[in-house]
Ligand binder design. Structure first.
Ligand code: API
Length: 277
């Protein structure tokens, strides 16, 4: 069977999405890398497979694979895309689906945007996770002149560095070493943020398993939580990424809401050699 896929993106963070609810699909790491390859495959930052739900009352189980083949538990931009697909399919204004980090809920936002409740921000060292006990508000981590990040998990690890000018950070030079820093036993996503006002943050990202991306939804959530923990912004702020802007709100109940656009670029079919099976 030549599996159909949807090519989607959230602010340029792009995905290959396969609906495997009728025929579950568990790609190998090699298949993921082949599909994600931007020359010989379809090309994407993350490969998303929607499998049958495990938890009653939700519409599917979203599995998330980085371009390097690693499977991870959170992807904010893809969560908006999957939420949108499920709402469109049901003709509904709300959709619940699950990930390895828990059940997420998507609702329709203003002007065609989608809001996802990304669940709680995790702040304890062992929830990030870190290699050992540490103050997650300012880690003893340094590389390339950047030091003292805030660690936050949205179901995936983030190290948020506050800098004077996020545009000037040599991401490709410093990203890999920080992604693989010994403080992070499961590696980490790396964000560099400049607070522009109490409600606006400029952020650029080096993603674990994908490198520089145009946007990172869970990273935007982590960045806003980090800024609020440092007393730098209000509890609702816009995060301006290379690909556009996400609105993030850290609720008093600890959950983080993320609002932003989704886009469906095209639909295609995977050849047998590319995991189409
Ligand atoms: N690279 C991330 C997964 C994708 C996150 C990002 N694309 C998002 O929108 O949250 C990780 O390894 O945890």
């Amino acid at each position: 069977m030549m599996r159909e896929f949807l090519k989607m993106h959230g602010l340029g963070n792009d995905f290959v999405v396969i609906d495997a609810r009728r025929e579950p699909y568990a790609p190998s790491e090699a298949e993921v890398r082949a599909i994600a390859d931007r020359r010989t495959g379809v090309g994407c930052d993350q490969f998303i497979v929607l499998n049958p739900a495990v938890t009653p009352g939700v519409s599917g189980f979203m599995r998330i694979h980085n371009a390097d083949g690693s499977e991870v538990s959170a992807c904010g931009n893809a969560s908006r895309c999957v939420g949108w697909l499920l709402m469109e399919e049901a003709g509904a204004d709300r959709a619940r689906f699950e990930t390895n980090a828990g059940v997420l809920e998507a609702t329709r936002g203003p002007a065609g945007t989608v809001t996802v409740d990304m669940g709680p921000a995790r702040l304890a060292w062992n929830e990030i996770p870190l290699a050992g006990p540490a103050d997650t508000l300012r880690l003893d981590v340094e590389h390339g002149g950047f030091a003292g990040p805030v660690a936050v998990s949205m179901g995936n690890p983030h190290a948020v560095f506050f800098v004077d000018d996020a545009e000037a950070v040599p991401l490709a030079e410093v990203g890999p070493a920080l992604e693989h820093h010994a403080a992070f036993p499961e590696r980490t996503n790396v964000e560099f943020a400049t607070v522009l006002s109490p409600t606006r943050i400029r952020m650029r990202v080096w993603e674990r398993g994908a490198g520089i991306t145009q946007a990172c939804g869970s990273g935007a959530c982590a960045t806003a939580v980090a800024a609020i923990r440092r007393g730098l912004t209000a509890r609702k702020a816009d995060v301006v990424l290379d690909g556009g802007t996400l609105t993030i709100e850290w609720l008093e109940n600890g959950h983080v809401l993320m609002t932003g656009p989704v886009a469906h670029s095209f639909t295609g079919r995977l050849s047998a050699g590319l995991g189409g099976t």
